[in-house]
Design a protein around this ligand. Sequence first.
Ligand code: GRF
Length: 183
Amino acid sequence: MSKKIAVFASGNGSNFQVIAEQFPVAFVFSDHRGVYVLERAKNLDVKSYAFELKEFASKAAYEQAIVDLLDRHQIDLICLAGYMKIVGSTLLAAYQGRIINIHPAYLPEFPGAHAIEDAWNAGVNQSGVTIHWVDSGVDTGKIIKQVRVPRLPDDTIESFEERIHKHEYQLYPRVIKELINKN
Ligand code: GRF
């Protein structure tokens, strides 16, 4: 049987949209209220939940609320897609091995929140996109799949970024497809 997916995002949600257009998504979770990904969910008729860390007494309590949602929906695979928080010990204890992330660089090159800008500023002639398992580090988990993306001589940071996103929209669904059909 195909596995049940949840997507976590914090803002724009373009990767969430690409995923939801190709696979049934049980719900999207956002750690911010009022962000565009929630609008996208509404338009795509995907259930969404949003709550913020500051509404809880601790990160453990915040993550326990997330774990409760995941358990309630019997989620098999969590796809982080622009979820801008480090996954903490409560969520990892319950779901490690079932959480994947997309990163807009060729890990271990350029980990962190500003990977595209960092690669651009370093003057590389290629960067990439990586899908990896999530562990307690920042973009350190075991790599599942990655592709190289060139930086072309007449690129601006905008055109470079757009090319990276295009590759994200192809790679993430490919990996998800493989994982949800696996036993
Ligand atoms: C993507 O580039 C993803 O790789 C990174 O955050 C960005 C999210 O974009 N982790 P979006 O919210 O999916 O549009």
